[in-house]
Ligand binder design. Structure first.
Ligand SMILES: Cc1cc2nc3c(=O)[nH]c(=O)nc-3n(C[C@H](O)[C@H](O)[C@H](O)COP(=O)(O)O)c2cc1C
Length: 432
């Protein structure tokens, strides 16, 4: 099978699947079992500075968004960083790393934004033999109110400053974990790069309220009648994370900066998508919390099989889709498709008709006997009928070949033409 060995910023692991910093990596017992299950690495649950212990709520920590089959689509949490004593964590990390030298062990850190706090914790971290540090500038609740977590991650100058301290006081690779709770993800990534970060990881969780208890009139999870916003993760956040990873991968300022992709990775396919968009490895939290550590086995075998089928190495996958991510203005407006319905597969439910007739372009006809047919002269190829059809491959999009005329617009499909050169674009006209 394909060689899945990974080298991320000099940190080696037998595969590119790491557990993200969260409850699955909170203690020695978990991490040992994760390694036994096959995880290539872990980012240890975020450690804080020495001092009064962190206090978590003693009520429910999670809110959930379910799919129709009660599958967890989105998970919201109001948990803080580790509430276990620093010296216990450090002792366990040292032991685990000694026993599992071939696995990656990165330590997530969040300490107050002053030089001495960072200097002193880094010394203690180096003594454990861990492979690197991940700076948690992402947690959106609890710690941010104390000037840490996303309170740092939302201010590029702070990111740069702290990253510089970390690189100054430690020889370890430094991964800066970014918050998605920001307008332009490229800015914190650029700041991390300026500060000397070896890599960025993203995304941490998204500010969220998952639901409201309509008897208590309070957000869920509800703690004694009140709720607070939490951090959202799981399959629902994957599209947001993929876009942010791609933004960093293709930006001229951050191109080449290694990325650890996080957010909703549940299957090998999710992981492959992150990698194709530029992630050198991936981190997983919700999938492990939902299905257990053994989910990594599907990821390992699935990715290996995919690479074998494609006859490419893992390194060839990384970033392979980045050149195909572009801005809207560069899309080919001459490319033309039409929906087509496979009458043998159609179950006559009429969803395509309802969607198109009521909300879109009135491009599907309902004929006697509930036969649904696409009207090519009305179809704008929006794809909504494909999206709402409950039968896979029943409705597909057919590409009009070069030379054919679009019956809707009367325009011949004759090659490439994007908005930058389009006759309706006043800017293009001005340039003429
Ligand atoms: C309960 C819980 C606790 C978390 N704690 C931390 C943490 O201490 N440090 C951190 O950097 N991220 C923390 N995260 C965020 C995850 O590491 C990860 O970035 C996020 O969950 C997205 O990945 P996922 O969609 O695979 O869950 C936590 C997530 C959850 C669900």
């Amino acid at each position: 099978m394909a060689d899945l060995r990974s080298n991320f910023v000099g940190i080696k692991s037998p595969n590119p699947f790491w557990l993200a910093s969260a409850p699955p990596t909170d203690k020695e017992y978990n991490v040992r079992r994760a390694y036994e299950a096959g995880w290539g690495g872990v980012v240890w649950k975020t450690l804080g500075a020495e001092g009064p212990p962190v206090v978590n709520v003693n009520g429910p920590r999670y809110g959930v968004v379910y799919g129709a089959d009660r599958r967890v689509l989105g998970l919201n949490n109001i948990e803080l960083i580790t509430d276990r004593p620093l010296e216990v964590n450090l002792r366990e990390i040292k032991q685990v790393k000694r026993d599992w030298p071939d696995r990656a062990l990165v330590i997530s850190l969040m300490v107050p934004c002053d030089e001495d706090s960072w200097k002193s914790i880094l010394k203690a971290i180096e003594d454990t033999g861990a492979d690197g540090v991940e700076l948690n500038f992402g947690c959106p609740h609890g710690m941010s109110e104390r000037g840490m977590g996303s309170a740092v991650g939302q201010v590029p100058e702070y990111i740069e400053m702290v990253t510089r301290w970390v690189k100054q006081y430690s020889r370890m690779p430094c991964i800066v974990k970014l918050t998605p709770n920001i307008a332009d993800i490229r800015k914190p990534a650029e700041a991390a790069k300026r500060g000397g970060a070896d890599a960025v990881s993203l995304i941490n969780t998204i500010n969220s309220i998952t639901s409201v208890d309509l008897d208590l009139f309070a957000p869920q999870p509800t703690i004694d009648g009140k709720g607070a916003h939490g951090g959202y993760c799981g399959p629902a956040v994957k599209p947001i994370a993929l876009n942010m990873v791609a933004e960093i991968a293709r930006s001229a300022e951050t191109r080449g900066l290694p990325i650890s992709g996080i957010g909703g990775v549940t299957t090998w396919r999710d992981a492959a998508e992150f990698m194709a968009l530029g992630a050198g490895n991936v981190q997983v939290c919700t999938a492990a919390m939902t299905y257990g550590f053994k989910v990594v086995q599907e990821m390992i075998s699935g990715l290996g099989q995919y690479l074998d089928e494609k006859e490419i190495a893992l390194s060839d996958l990384i970033g392979r889709a980045v050149p195909n991510v572009t801005d809207w203005q560069y899309l080919n407006l001459n490319y033309t498709t039409k929906a087509q319905i496979d009458q043998d597969l159609c179950i006559k439910c009429g969803r395509c008709y309802a969607a198109c007739e009521d909300t879109s372009h009135q491009a599907i006809a309902m004929l006697p006997g509930r036969v649904f047919e696409v009207k090519d002269d009305e179809c704008v190829a929006c794809n909504l009928c494909v999206d709402v059809c409950p039968v896979e491959d029943c409705i597909t999009m057919r590409e009009l070949p070069l030379g054919e005329t679009d019956p809707r617009t009367g325009r011949r499909v004759d090659g490439f033409g994007n908005w930058t050169t389009h006759p309706n674009n006043p800017m293009a006209k001005a340039a003429e």
